[in-house]
Design a protein around this ligand. Structure first.
Ligand code: SF4
Length: 318
């Protein structure tokens, strides 16, 4: 399957017409590079986690925000280039929030030419009735939405449900879970839904948010604002997002490193006895060059300010 999603597939073709003016040529070139990168990263995530297989019918959940528009757009490009056949169907849940512009998505989806389904369910009234004034509505709203989308996936015969969470959502969730739930837990790129019936995928798992912002600007997606329900976006999520941005500003590359760390876990060097049998540990008598490094300094790249310092100093810096 991996050949389906390789760089060649992602690269597409050069733009047919280069704009005569140097400036517009530069903009076109940047946009083409961005498109290539988005296709490559989405293709890589799909391949790494075997998210889409031949014959799949992928239900692409579309909220009207930049991320889900970007996801649909890139999946359509990959579908056109992939040598295996799979189907896409865009689904929007119209939750009847006041002021929701219900013509925007159908008009866009008709213009793009993708099959779609708009599910109308007034979860807004339920949430307003059930959740006391001043309390956050997002928990109940998300649970209701999830249940409805699973039912719709059944009715449409979808084999996969694609959500538009990106790399920075995954990292922010990781820190929120650590700070507030005392868990090392992020957002999986692929999972079985809690009703056990569906496979949920996140094809944007490797894509940085800033690329989706730029892609949405370039493509001129008709974005629907996400505050129609009057609820504030989770405040702690914003705090964590600010923290990550600040780290990246001060230490470029840190976000990338943290994200790679989520794919490079050493349970034997954490403290969870359910993942590693600490109690049953015995000398094996066999040398293992990947084994104990207890007396060595932490492995730091040469570029790190702490690289090359004696162990105690490194530990103090860390
Ligand atoms: S912001 Fe509004 S629509 Fe979004 S999850 Fe929260 S309550 Fe639901």
């Amino acid at each position: 399957m991996s050949a389906v999603w390789n760089d060649e597939t992602a690269a597409g073709t050069e733009p047919a017409d280069a704009a005569p003016a140097a400036n517009s040529f530069k903009i076109e070139r940047e946009a083409h590079k961005l498109e290539k990168r988005l296709c490559r990263e989405v293709g890589r995530a799909i391949s790494d986690y075997q998210m889409i297989e031949a014959g799949d019918k992928v239900m692409v959940c579309l909220s009207g925000g930049k991320d889900s528009y970007g996801m649909l757009d890139i999946l359509l490009k990959l579908k056109a280039r992939a040598p295996v056949h799979f189907d896409l169907i865009a689904v929007n849940l119209d939750q009847k929030q006041p002021g929701f512009p219900e013509d925007v998505l159908p008009a866009y989806l008709q213009q793009v030419g993708v099959p779609f389904h708009i599910e109308e369910q007034d979860t807004y009234s339920i949430v307003k009735r059930v959740v006391p004034e001043g309390k956050t509505t997002c928990g109940l709203c998300s649970r209701l939405r999830r249940g409805i989308l699973y039912r719709v996936a059944d009715e449409l015969g979808a084999t996969k449900i694609a959500l538009g969470h990106h790399r920075d959502d995954i990292l922010a969730t990781f820190f929120l879970n650590m700070f507030f739930a005392a868990k090392l837990k992020a957002m999986p790129p692929k999972l079985v839904s809690d009703d056990g019936k569906h496979v949920v995928i996140r094809p944007l798992a490797y894509v940085p948010e800033k690329d989706l912002v730029r892609w949405a600007q370039h493509r001129g997606f008709p974005i629907i604002p996400c505050n129609l329900c009057g609820s504030q976006e989770n405040l702690q999520r914003q705090v964590v997002a600010d923290m990550l941005r600040e780290w990246e500003r001060k230490h470029p590359g840190r976000i990338e490193n943290m994200f790679h760390a989520l794919q490079n876990v050493a349970p034997s060097h954490l403290l969870d006895g359910t993942l590693h049998d600490f109690k049953g540990l015995k000398p094996t008598g066999v040398a293992d060059e990947n084994g104990d490094k207890a007396f060595d300094p932490p492995e730091l790249p040469a570029s790190s300010p702490a690289a090359g310092l004696p162990t105690l100093q490194v530990l103090k810096i860390g």
